[in-house]
Design a protein around this ligand. Structure first.
Ligand code: CU
Length: 489
């Protein structure tokens, strides 16, 4: 109780010190739906701007394959630097994949063998990490797989997982946060026949839109300057970009529209809702479709988490001022709702979309991997240790399920949310604090958010061999060594 009181006091102090309308507000420490725990520390959480909606949302292009047959697809992904006009009349130095900023969407089909020629045209080391893919360690693009400037490397893997919205980003040791901040992030869509049969919005750019949500800070010359804006826990920006668009708005028709949300921020958490407080439907989480659609009024995403939601604009009232918000009232994306439809046929979201379940056997299994997340800023550790790239922390047999228990240890300041991510797998959440997870966390996940004091059990299976990282997805925590390695054979 004392701790809780302290937390509330500390939060109030931060609030007054920043005189901030914080994103997410002060929440009860037990409340999973809010991001208030981050307030336990007095790191500066700058106000986010409200989108004025003056720029139509940019959409990442779908990458053209170099070659495709039914069974195989070839892509080239080139990390490069360039300049981007984010603000009218200013050229900002940025990084991107196959472009000056962010990246394209790579689409693959389940069952295809994928060849990607990864190319580093930067003047620094990088890696290409496929976040959420069930993939061998050698192709996963963790910090072991450095590609030097000017070099390239082809990776090959077979896609053996269901339809999902995944993403890719760099993962070089100690330098991930800055490269992502400067623009390296792209989307990776998996499609499959079963999902194609379902009556869901799937016309890209018409009734199906990706939303890569990132907060940035720009200096007076409208340049990104990571080293200046980073505080001890990480980079919290004051300028929200969606798909790299500042002050975005989205024009859509009065119909069901699918929004694929990715929290691509370094450390900021979002709690999304509609400005008229009406419900929307979550259909997918990190690893693909949920068993059934879930009605929600708000949705938290911590860094690297994804959620696909369907908003039925034909049913919404007060569409004049309608917007996607985060926190109390920060406008992320205003909607221009037109009478004419932009998509094709009307869609009916099916009641059953997938069949994912924690088995009785998995429920009865003992915990065999224990992970304690601890600390803040530069003192972050996992099981009391920082990453040693030459140390294997755990081993696990390929194809075998083990129960991992993750515990987010509170500290005197109350602690903070850590989003916990495991490479090379999609896991199932067995329980959160010994209770069943909320319905929208019962699908496949690759990142699970832990409030301070939370204890989460996961059913984890690796289907491919190799060395895989597990870590906090606050990118600065990861760079500060809040990461470990599991070897799978
Ligand atoms: Cu963390």
């Amino acid at each position: 109780m004392k701790k809780m009181l302290f937390l509330i006091l500390a939060s109030a102090l931060v609030l007054s010190a920043c005189s901030a309308k914080t994103d997410g507000d002060v929440a009860e420490p037990e409340d999973h739906s809010m991001d208030g725990m981050a307030m336990g520390h007095d790191h500066h959480e700058p106000d986010l701007n409200h989108s004025t909606g003056e720029n139509e949302l940019k959409l990442p292009p779908i990458l053209k394959s170099d070659k495709e047959t039914e069974d195989e697809i070839h892509y080239t992904v080139d990390a490069q630097k360039g300049q981007t006009e984010i603000f009218d009349g200013y050229q900002t130095d940025t990084l991107g994949y196959n472009s000056s900023f962010l990246g394209p969407v790579l689409k693959v089909k389940k069952g295809q063998t994928v060849h990607i020629n990864t190319k580093n045209s930067l003047d620094e080391d990088t890696t290409f990490h496929w976040h959420g893919l069930v993939i061998a360690g050698a192709a996963d693009g963790g910090p072991h797989s450095v590609i030097k400037p000017g070099e390239s490397k082809e990776i090959t893997f077979k896609v053996d997982q269901g339809a999902a919205t995944l993403w890719f980003h760099p993962h070089p040791l100690g330098n991930t946060a800055e490269q992502v901040f400067n623009g390296l992030a792209g989307l990776f869509y998996i499609e499959d026949d079963e999902a194609d049969q379902l009556d869901l919005p799937n016309e890209y750019g018409k009734n199906d839109f990706p939303l890569i949500i990132q907060d940035k800070t720009f200096d007076e010359e409208k340049q990104l300057n990571f080293t200046e804006v980073k505080d001890e826990d990480g980079m919290m920006g004051d300028t929200l970009l969606v798909n790299g668009t500042v002050n975005p708005s989205l024009t859509i028709g009065k119909e069901k529209v699918r929004l694929r949300l990715l929290n691509g921020s370094n450390m900021r958490n979002y709690v999304f809702k509609l400005s008229n407080d009406q419900a929307f439907t979550q259909i997918a989480s990190d690893g693909g479709l949920l068993n059934e659609p879930i009605e929600l009024k708000e949705l938290q995403l911590t860094p690297s988490e994804r959620a696909e939601i369907v908003v039925d604009f034909s049913k919404l009232q007060d569409t004049d001022q309608l917007a996607l918000l985060t926190g109390e009232d920060t406008v992320v994306l205003p909607f221009n709702v037109k009478e004419e439809r932009t998509g094709g046929d009307n869609v009916n979201i099916p009641k059953q979309m997938n069949s994912i379940a924690v088995t009785d056997e998995e429920k009865s299994m003992k915990v065999t991997k224990e992970i304690v997340l601890d600390g803040m800023a530069e003192d972050v550790t996992i099981n009391g240790k920082k990453l040693d790239i030459d140390r294997i922390d755990f081993t696990q047999k390929k194809g075998e399920v083990e129960v991992w228990e993750i515990y987010n240890k509170p500290d005197e300041m109350g602690g903070m949310i850590h989003p916990f991510h495991i490479h090379g797998t999609q896991f199932k959440v067995i329980s959160i604090n010994d209770e069943l997870p909320p319905e929208n966390l019962r699908g496949y996940k690759d990142t699970v958010s832990l409030d301070s004091g939370d204890r989460v059990k996961l059913a984890v299976r690796f289907d491919e061999p190799g060395i895989f990282m597990y870590h906090c997805h606050i990118l600065e925590h990861e760079d500060n060594g809040m990461m470990g390695q599991v070897k799978v054979e």
